[in-house]
Write a protein that binds this ligand. Structure first.
Ligand SMILES: Cc1cc2nc3c(=O)[nH]c(=O)nc-3n(C[C@H](O)[C@H](O)[C@H](O)COP(=O)(O)O)c2cc1C
Length: 192
């Protein structure tokens, strides 16, 4: 897949086929993350790759999925749930802004690498972090930043130009396809 196709086709996926992801493919996502930019090249992020059905089932209820398109894009176990999660963790005392920026760079790389393998992701920030930390037995001194749900897409969301800056709400159309309005270059950029 060429890079522009990956850029164009990467969309958040919230409905997944019930087919496991090979460990090698999950490994290639971490490979993409490890090459991402990192403030001062500190590389504070660590990943927990969760792909056993039992652990995925424990994590799923501790995540929240886009309320705007609920319940149709709220994954159900055994039907539309992701088959893996990547937990992105950092030291509790790491510089919070730079660590968040590192996470953004790494997660975006993971999302692009996923598209390249035919996979889809949902970057999840709405989490019951304390409970997830318990399930994953995070050691003291580490905190959970995000989960990334991973699996084979069972939906084909698309983007479209936002008609105006206040019309950016994503929506499901009459054919149950998710549309994601994106601001245009002219809406986003000023030139000097
Ligand atoms: C920091 C961050 C947190 C997010 N948290 C959630 C979340 O908790 N649940 C969810 O369903 N989507 C979540 N998303 C996905 C966004 O809703 C999604 O990126 C947005 O709707 C744009 O769609 P796109 O990724 O297809 O461009 C998150 C995205 C980011 C960047």
């Amino acid at each position: 897949m060429d890079f522009n196709d990956i850029l164009q086709h990467r969309r958040t996926i919230r409905r997944f086929a019930q087919k496991p992801v090979a460990d090698n493919d999950l490994r290639s996502l971490i490979e993409a993350a490890r090459l991402a930019s990192s403030a001062a090249n500190r590389q504070p992020l660590r990943y927990i790759v969760v792909r056993t059905p039992e652990l995925v089932a424990q994590l799923l209820p501790l995540t929240a999925w886009a309320a705007r398109v609920a319940p149709r894009r709220t994954p159900c176990l055994g039907e539309s749930a992701p088959t893996a999660f990547l937990a992105v963790t950092a030291p509790s005392d790491a510089h919070p802004e730079w660590t968040q920026a590192d996470a953004g760079a790494a997660i975006q790389s993971i999302e692009f690498a996923a598209v390249n393998c035919g996979l889809g992701c949902c970057w999840i920030g709405a989490l019951q972090r304390d409970k997830i930390a318990e399930v994953l037995q995070l050691p003291p001194g580490r905190k959970l930043l995000y989960l990334i749900a991973v699996g084979y897409p069972a939906e084909t969301p698309c983007h479209e130009d936002a008609p105006s800056p206040d019309q950016i709400g994503y929506y499901l159309d009459d054919h149950d396809r998710l549309h994601v309005p994106k601001l245009t270059v002219d809406q986003l950029a000023t030139w000097k």
